[in-house]
Design a protein around this ligand. Structure first.
Ligand code: DX5
Ligand code: ZN
Length: 230
């Protein structure tokens, strides 16, 4: 990963890609301007949906030239951290709600050589984050209940991001927003202090590997709206 900065970064979620064509889809979104690639891992237990595990993450790694941002919506997390690190994740985010020992989980992520991310569900407050700030590289604020793409943005999370931004101060911690990001909602979060914007349906809509230009137009629309709000 390159050095830390707070510029707006668009991270398309491959949850909205063609699952039979991950390699081509990833090359297409990067060619069209994606800054990071967001990989949603779901276990059918922590969230009511199943996606994929370490072998798939490892298989797509060679196609990613930017940053592989792995969002683990799984519980327990700890037994799988080394496998996702070995699969080539740059960032691994685990949920605050995934177990009682998130401090240990974050230690394990950094210990495995990855950047450590902490994901927070819409219903969770920031109390649990306070004592973790010096051991994380990213906070992922969920603006939908995790499990599915294409859900509606939850506006109550704007205040959470403002409060979080103040708590972070000068620490080199990214604020990532995940769920319901569009050119309409991105500026609300950019103004509140977010820098990494995950978008699935709003990036992939209208395009395909044969016709990737809409991916570029979608990414540029989200980025322009966010940057204008800064
Ligand atoms: C939701 C996932 C998101 C999701 C975002 O559980 O963590 O990354 O793919 O999808 P959209 O942008 O369609 O809300
Ligand atoms: Zn995600």
């Amino acid at each position: 990963m390159t050095s830390f900065d707070r510029s707006i970064k668009i991270a398309p979620s491959i949850l909205s890609a063609d699952f039979a064509n991950f390699g081509q889809e990833i090359r297409a979104i990067e060619a069209q301007g994606a800054d990071w690639v967001h990989v949603d891992v779901m276990d059918g237990h922590f969230v009511p949906n199943l996606t994929f595990g370490p072998p798939l993450v490892k298989a797509i790694r060679p196609h990613i030239k930017t940053v592989m941002d792995v969002h683990l919506m799984i519980s327990p997390v700890d037994p799988y951290i080394d496998a996702f690190a070995e699969a080539g994740a740059d960032v691994i985010s685990a949920h605050l709600e995934a177990g009682p020992h998130v401090h240990r989980t974050l230690q394990a992520i950094r210990g495995a050589g990855c950047k450590a991310g902490l994901a927070i569900n819409p219903g969770s407050g920031l109390d649990g984050v306070e004592y973790l700030l010096d051991m994380i590289d990213l906070v992922c604020v969920m603006t939908v209940n995790p499990g599915f793409g294409g859900q509606k943005f939850i506006h109550s999370q704007i205040d959470k991001v403002k409060t979080l931004r103040a708590k972070i101060g000068d620490r080199p911690i990214h604020i990532e927003i995940d769920g319901g990001i569009t050119p309409e909602t991105a500026p609300l979060m950019a103004a509140a202090g977010a820098d990494v914007l995950v978008a699935g349906s709003a990036v992939f809509k209208g395009g395909s590997v044969e016709n990737p230009e809409p991916y570029g137009a979608n990414i540029r629309a989200i980025r322009a709206a966010a940057e204008a709000a800064r």
